[in-house]
Design a protein around this ligand. Structure first.
Ligand code: ADP
Length: 255
């Protein structure tokens, strides 16, 4: 029985090691796949706007004076849009790597919430490629918070961008800010495509995108919410989501 028990234990250990090895290899493979998908996506996303902006610029250079102003304006607009796409991509990548540095520090200052959000909404309307109705409810109107202006602006911009991106033809968004004795809550609600319950726990993960999101042709890298969550937490806050497919989503930040 002694030999049998020893053999059984050895078999058990071997079995466990084998299972562990296979599991590690499989996990590494998916990580490798994610990395390579990401590189491919980024390369594609960088190349497309550059190529389009080049072509539009080329056409502009070859224009003769007599050609219509409207056509020229159209090419200029294309250049502008492509540059915006590039700059938002570069910004997301930079914010991510910056946040990982050990020397990373927030620079908190007192910010009037209404002024900040109104200016972010205006900026958004300027670059929007889809009509959006954005309603703002702030109580009290003079509400101020102490945050890092740049990062906090990025947090709100990301949430507004998503609310528009994951809405159908016309986005209907409500931003509500409320103050209680101890906290300030900021919620951004949309009536967009929503997020299935079983996917909600993953949306703050790096590179995660809900597969059905692509059906709506929404471009992205799955980095926005990862950045948002880590920045909210660096501010000592929390972020939660409530969502129902087909009805919409509400992201709530509590500081
Ligand atoms: P992405 O660049 O893909 O938009 P994010 O990290 O900002 O990356 O979001 C992760 C995923 O969460 C998105 O791909 C999308 O599937 C889902 N998502 C985020 N915001 C919304 C929203 N307001 N409505 C529906 N789905 C959303």
């Amino acid at each position: 029985t002694g030999i049998l028990t020893t053999s059984f234990i050895i078999l058990l250990i071997l079995g466990f090691s084998f299972w562990f090895l296979i599991r590690t290899l499989l996990r590494q493979k998916t990580l490798e796949e994610i990395k390579s998908d990401f590189t491919n996506n980024i390369t594609h996303e960088l190349k497309t706007p550059i190529a389009v902006a080049y072509a539009a610029n080329d056409a502009l250079l070859n224009f003769n004076q007599a050609e219509e102003k409207t056509k020229r304006d159209q090419y200029l607009r294309i250049c502008q849009e492509q540059l915006q796409r590039l700059s938002s991509l570069v910004e997301q990548i930079l914010s991510m790597s910056m946040e990982r540095r050990k020397t990373f520090r927030l620079h908190p200052e007192e910010v009037n919430l209404k002024e900040l959000i109104v200016s972010l909404v205006e900026q958004h309307q300027l670059k929007a490629d889809k009509p959006a109705q954005i309603t703002l409810e702030i109580e009290p109107k003079t509400l101020t918070i102490v945050v890092d202006r740049t990062h906090f602006s990025n947090i709100i911009s990301n949430l507004i961008d998503n609310a528009v991106k994951y809405s159908k033809e016309r986005a209907d968004i409500t931003i509500r800010c409320r103050q209680t004795e101890q906290t300030v809550t900021i919620s951004i609600a949309d009536r967009g495509i929503g997020i299935p319950l079983d996917k909600q726990k993953h949306i703050f993960d790096k590179f995660y995108r809900v597969p059905t999101g692509n059906l709506h042709n929404a471009k992205g890298y799955g980095l926005g919410l990862f950045y948002v969550k880590s920045m909210v937490e660096k501010h000592g806050g929390t972020i939660t989501v409530k969502s129902e497919p087909g009805k919409g989503s509400i992201f709530t930040i509590t500081l």
